[in-house]
Design a protein around this ligand. Structure first.
Ligand code: C5P
Length: 227
């Protein structure tokens, strides 16, 4: 069967990865969560002391980029790939609110984007891939056959993320999650390099009041019509 590239972009916590994972499974495609890669670089920068609440040493992080090795390894029992940073499984650590508080600053650095985009393009060179992020349809795969742009109100997105974090045992306050979602929206859409925006040929989907099943059916339908 003809394999295509599916790019799913949108604001944070719009459920992109849930849909992307389901879609990849159904189509037997590879799924790549590019947010995990930016999160892992952020974890590295925090551990190395390149970034903290007061300081951000962009030059030191950039000089250290070659020391970062990112890989995805498929976990059979979970049914998706987990993120490894220099051989260590960091899947849990990168999903915390702490990482979310720094990641957009790290993702705004052009040298970081250059490295990660190169890796992402390599992963998708044979098509048959569902990739989610912020710049997949605009920068990573501008020729993707199917592009989706997902959005929902900040409050709805923050509530979803809040519940996810609480379920994982993270003691967070809803207000902090909402603030983080809004701050990432702002930084991600206003950075100079590859700002978050809807590609002209992307299909927009506001899922504020849409269940997962309905979204999935719509998107699968679009995919099947494109393939
Ligand atoms: O998708 P997720 O919310 O995990 O992404 C975390 C952050 O990584 C985003 O807020 C954004 O700053 C950055 N990101 C990006 N480009 C991508 C994917 C994520 O800038 N393709």
């Amino acid at each position: 069967m003809n394999k295509i590239t599916i790019a799913i972009d949108g604001f944070s916590s719009t459920g992109k990865s849930t849909i992307a994972k389901q879609l990849a499974k159904k189509l037997e495609y590879i799924y790549v969560d590019t947010g995990a890669m930016y999160r892992a670089v952020t974890l590295f920068a925090l551990r190395k002391g390149h970034i903290d609440a007061e300081n951000f040493s962009v030059n030191d992080l950039v000089a250290d980029l070659d020391a970062i090795n990112l890989t995805f390894k498929y976990n059979d029992s979970l049914g998706f790939a987990e993120m490894y940073l220099n051989g260590e499984n960091v899947e849990k650590e990168i999903r915390t609110l702490h990482i979310s508080e720094y990641v957009s600053k790290v993702a705004a650095i052009p040298e970081v984007r250059y490295q990660l985009v190169k890796q992402q393009q390599k992963m998708g060179k044979d098509k048959g891939i569902v990739m989610d992020g912020r710049d997949i349809g605009t920068v990573v795969f501008p020729d993707a056959e199917l592009k989706l742009f997902m959005t929902a109100s900040p409050e709805k997105r923050a509530m979803r993320r809040y519940k996810e974090l609480i379920d994982k045992g993270d003691k967070v306050a809803y207000e902090d999650v909402l603030r983080n979602v809004q701050s990432r929206d702002y930084i991600d859409s206003h950075r100079e390099d590859s700002p978050l925006r809807q590609a002209e040929d992307a299909v927009a989907l506001d899922n504020s009041d849409m269940g997962l099943k309905e979204q999935f059916e719509r998107i699968l339908n679009l995919a099947n019509r494109t393939i």
